[in-house]
Write a protein that binds this ligand. Structure first.
Ligand SMILES: Nc1nc2c(ncn2[C@@H]2O[C@H](COP(=O)(O)OP(=O)(O)O)[C@@H](O)[C@H]2O)c(=O)[nH]1
Ligand SMILES: [Mg+2]
Length: 218
């Protein structure tokens, strides 16, 4: 499968006025600084250098827009929860993120990346609420799964699933080992196509698309 042969960086925005045109569809990707967000974007798009990865937390404070294909975007939101940033920066972050979630008509879903060893921090929960309040589907990547043994990773997964409840997708992920990368890409594609709600809301016909469980595809 050739993945996003046309993927490219579109633009960075430091203010709502710099967002690119609000046509088409997009999925946002958020997470605590250093959680592994850039690595996840690179793994999902199979482009090593697309989103910069860093050992210096808090380095990225802009919203970065990537075009997967014309009219379909991934939006890399600035990382949160980095203790050393000033109050001014934190306020600016909050305003930028709120502006994004309030305004973007093209937003179809939200991915939240968490280190599997420290999931659901207070900031993660704020981010989940923001996404849920926009009524877009939410999908959680528990990344760096390679850092835990099989049993511990599954236990962490079950714990997060229990906390967030039915409506939110949760999966294990490793940019390093490749675990869950295809599953994450499929979840993003479902959100971009507006199919996530059908799968994740247990009301209405059991399988309205007649395609069966997309998780069994490929
Ligand atoms: N072991 C392991 N390390 C990872 C993984 N994903 C990211 N990292 C490391 O975690 C650090 C932060 O990653 P980065 O993608 O820049 O995080 P971001 O700040 O959330 O964008 C880097 O040193 C990465 O190499 C993973 O799946 N497994
Ligand atoms: Mg990053």
């Amino acid at each position: 499968m050739s993945t996003y042969p046309l993927v490219k960086f579109l633009t960075s925005a430091d203010a709502a006025g710099q967002f690119p045109g609000d046509a088409g569809v997009e999925v946002s990707v958020a997470g605590r600084s250093n959680a592994g967000k850039s690595s996840a974007i690179n793994a999902i798009t199979r482009r090593k250098g697309l989103a910069r990865t860093s050992k210096t937390p808090g380095a990225t404070r802009l919203i970065n827009f990537f075009e997967l294909e014309p009219g379909r975007r991934l939006v890399d939101l600035p990382g949160y929860g980095f203790a050393a940033v000033s109050g001014d920066m934190r306020r600016h972050w909050g305003q930028l993120i709120s502006a994004y979630f309030q305004r973007r008509q093209s937003l179809r879903g939200s991915v939240v990346v968490m280190d599997v060893r420290h999931p659901l921090t207070e900031n993660d929960c704020d981010m989940l609420e923001l996404a849920v309040s926009r009524k877009v589907p939410v999908h959680i990547l528990l990344t760096k799964a390679d850092k835990l043994g099989r049993g511990a990773a599954r236990q962490a997964l079950a714990g997060v699933r229990r906390e967030v409840g039915e409506g939110v997708g949760v999966q294990l992920f490793s940019a390093l080992g490749g675990e869950g990368v295809d599953e994450a890409r499929r979840a993003i594609e479902r959100m971009l196509d507006g199919r996530a709600a059908e799968k994740e809301t247990p009301v209405g016909p059991a399988d309205p698309t007649g395609e069966g469980d997309p998780a069994l595809g490929d």
